[in-house]
Design a protein around this ligand. Structure first.
Ligand code: ATP
Length: 325
C-alpha cells in the first residue's frame, strides 16, 4: 500500500481522536501518504477529504468527539453510492482504508471491500456501547462509563439528602455494558438491562426490602434498551407501590458521549490505530483490530459480524445484586 485514508463513522466516541493521531503518524513513519475523510462514508461519496501530515493531528489526544467528524450515511448502503466512493478513492490513488466505528461501519466496510478488493480495509472498534466481537473493550466505553459514574455520584448526594429514589437512564440500546459497570461503581440498588428481562414486581420487592433495611436513598440504573419501557414508565409504576421514597427520574442523554478521553481510551486508541496500520502494511484486509487479554488481536470482519451477539455478563450481574443488599 502507498496511500491510506482514515475515517470515523456512526456514533462518535471519546478515543477516536487519539486513534486518528496514531493512524496518521504510524502511516507517515512508514512513508505512506495519508488522507483524512470527513463525516465518514458521506465524505467518501462527496469527495470531502484532505491530505494529512504529522502536524495535522497535534494536540488532539485530549479532545472528545472526532476531528474528522462523523455521520450516518444512507447512500453508502446502495451499490451506486459505493461505486462513487470507489471512484473517489481511485482518483486520489488511495489503496487502503482505516474505518473507526461500530458494527454498521464494519458491515459497510466489508461489503465495500468485497466489491472492490483492491482497496484494503481495516476496522477499529469505536463505540461507547462496548458491543463488538473481537475486542474486550471498544473506544469510548471507558470514558463514557466514567462520565456516567461522575453524574450518578452527584445524583446520589441529592438522593441521600432527600430520601429519594432515582431512576437514571443511561445509553445502551442493545447493550447493558455501561449500565452494569456504572451500577457496580455507584452501588445501584438495581440495574435494568436489555440483555435480561426484569419484572417490575421483583424490582418493587427489592426496593421495599432496601427501604426496610434503612437505606436512605436508592438508585436504579436503566439502560435505554431495557424492555420495561424506559425510566419514566418504570418510575411511575414503582411510585404507586413504594411510598417510602420520593421517586425522581434523570435521563443522562448525550452528555455521555462527550468529554476528554480517559487514559484508558487514549492508550487504547493509540494501540489500535498503530496496530491497524501495521496490519495493513503486512498485507491484511477485511479485518478488525481489537484488544483481548491486553494483547492486540486481529479478527476477520466476517467472523466479527457473524459472532456478534449480546451476552449478559452473568457473574458481574450476580455480584452487583449481592453487593447492593
Ligand atoms: P454505533 O455503534 O455508534 O451506532 P455504527 O458504526 O454501528 O456505530 P451505524 O449508523 O449503524 O453506526 O453505521 C454507520 C454507517 O455505516 C451507516 O451510516 C452507513 O453509512 C454504513 N452502513 C451500515 N450498514 C451498512 C450496510 N449494510 N451496507 C453499507 N453500509 C452500511
Amino acid at each position: 500500500i502507498s496511500k491510506l485514508a482514515v475515517l470515523t463513522s456512526g456514533g462518535d466516541a471519546p478515543g477516536m481522536n487519539p486513534c486518528i493521531r496514531s493512524v496518521v503518524r504510524t502511516a507517515i513513519y512508514n512513508k505512506l501518504q495519508v488522507v483524512g475523510i470527513r463525516r465518514g462514508y458521506q465524505g467518501l461519496i462527496e469527495d470531502d477529504m484532505y491530505d494529512m501530515e504529522a502536524r495535522s493531528v497535534s494536540n488532539i489526544l485530549n479532545l472528545g468527539g472526532t476531528i474528522l467528524k462523523t455521520a450516518r450515511c444512507l447512500p453508502f448502503r446502495s451499490d451506486e453510492g459505493m461505486e462513487i466512493a470507489y471512484q473517489n478513492l481511485k482518483k486520489h490513488g488511495i489503496d487502503a482504508l482505516v474505518v473507526i466505528g461500530g458494527d454498521g461501519t464494519f458491515t459497510g466496510a466489508l461489503r465495500f471491500s468485497k466489491k472492490f478488493p483492491d482497496i484494503a480495509v481495516m476496522g477499529v472498534p469505536g463505540t461507547i456501547d462496548n458491543d463488538l466481537y473481537g475486542s474486550t473493550y471498544t473506544l469510548g466505553f471507558d470514558t463514557a462509563t466514567n462520565t456516567v459514574i461522575e453524574a450518578i455520584d452527584k445524583i446520589r448526594d441529592t438522593a441521600d439528602a432527600h430520601d429519594r429514589l432515582f431512576f437514571v437512564e443511561v445509553m445502551g440500546r442493545d447493550s447493558g455494558a455501561i449500565a452494569l459497570r456504572a451500577g457496580i461503581s455507584c452501588g445501584a440498588e438495581a440495574i435494568l438491562l436489555p440483555e435480561k428481562a426484569t419484572a417490575i414486581e421483583d424490582l418493587i420487592k427489592n426496593l421495599k426490602t432496601g427501604s426496610s433495611n434503612k437505606k436512605s436513598s436508592s438508585i436504579v440504573i436503566v439502560a435505554e434498551g431495557d424492555k420495561n419501557g424506559g425510566a419514566y414508565d418504570i418510575a411511575k409504576k414503582v411510585q404507586k407501590e413504594v411510598k417510602s421514597y420520593d421517586v425522581k427520574v434523570t435521563i443522562l442523554g448525550h452528555l455521555q458521549r462527550g468529554g476528554s478521553p480517559s487514559a484508558f481510551d487514549r492508550i487504547l486508541g493509540s494501540r489500535l490505530g498503530f496496530a491497524a496500520v501495521n496490519a495493513l502494511l503486512s498485507g491484511k484486509s477485511q479485518m478488525m483490530v481489537g484488544l483481548e487479554a491486553n494483547h492486540i488481536k486481529i479478527t476477520g470482519l466476517e467472523e466479527a459480524l457473524n459472532q456478534h451477539e449480546f451476552k449478559l455478563e452473568e457473574d458481574l450481574m450476580q455480584m452487583a445484586e449481592i453487593l447492593s443488599i
